[in-house]
Design a protein around this ligand. Structure first.
Ligand code: SAM
Length: 254
């Protein structure tokens, strides 16, 4: 187990993953907290899952733990360095967990039925706002979904009822040049309906103005984002269903 700990300590982790035997990865992301917000179906027994932008694979392994018959983790950027990270975390976690999660090295813009096939459930968590062409990405992803797509994203222009997306031409969002677009809730719902989903639920909605004001003040003090934009930003989770019998998936749950 000491060997697992030292191998884990040598990796720069994004996800916080319990590898067993008392070894928990030192991820910068509070992934167990995000798992509660994402509200994965309690049971995925017998289903197939595609996890787009899987990075260290926390959500892929969790789907396997919930009984999925087949899980495919897809990513590209964070598995090839270039400032994001590497695939070392995914590889070690898969080995430590004795997992059968498959991996596909692919840019989201190259996804197609021919390349990866169709899945009962598709996860698209924390990726939307990193894309230059996010609506096109949703068009690519929609045919791959047999039943349910789960999207988690940064939001902007929270509280505005007209569907809109904010564009970040430089480092405006979190000083991160890989952040490009963030929609508000009506825009995300509208896009998901437009690309062919029959029912869209906002399962984890935005925080209220008091919480957002407190968080925006914190951002300002830390020099992260100016108060005004930060107040209008948030994160939310959407579950989008095709008219297949989605009731077969027990949903939502933690
Ligand atoms: C913020 S991380 C989210 C990781 C994980 N899905 C989660 O929610 O914890 C963004 C991920 O999206 C991936 N990503 C960004 N642009 C991508 C693209 N064009 N194609 C595939 N993956 C991409 C990155 O490599 C990274 O793993």
């Amino acid at each position: 187990m000491q060997d697992l700990k030292s191998r884990s300590d040598a990796i720069r982790w994004y996800h916080t993953i319990d590898l067993g035997g008392g070894v928990v990865t030192s991820g910068v992301d509070d992934t167990p907290y995000r798992l509660r917000r994402v509200k994965l179906p309690t049971s995925l027994r017998g289903l197939s899952v595609l996890d787009i932008g899987a990075w260290d694979g926390f959500f892929s392994f969790e789907c396997e733990r919930r009984g999925a018959a087949r899980v495919v983790a897809a990513d590209y950027y964070s598995w090839h360095g270039g400032g994001w990270g590497t695939k070392a975390g995914f590889t070690l976690a898969r080995e430590a967990l004795g997992s059968r999660v498959e991996d596909v090295d692919i840019d989201v813009m190259d996804l197609s039925l021919d390349r990866v096939g169709q899945f009962d459930v598709v996860l698209f968590l924390g990726v939307f706002y990193h894309l230059r062409h996010p609506f096109t990405a949703l068009e690519r992803i929609a045919p791959l979904v047999r039943r349910q797509l789960i999207v988690e994203t940064v939001l902007d222009m929270v509280g505005i009822s007209r569907p809109a997306m904010a564009f970040y031409p430089s480092r405006e969002l979190n000083n991160d040049p890989t952040n490009w677009w963030a929609p508000n809730v009506p825009a995300m719902r509208g896009m998901l309906e437009t690309v062919g989903f029959d029912r869209v639920e906002t399962v984890t909605a935005t925080h209220g103005p008091v919480y957002r004001a407190a968080r925006a003040a914190y951002h300002q003090v830390r020099g992260k984002n100016p108060f005004g934009p930060a107040f209008r930003q948030d994160r939310a989770v959407f579950h989008a269903f095709k008219n297949n019998p989605s009731s077969l998936i027990q949903n939502p749950a933690s």
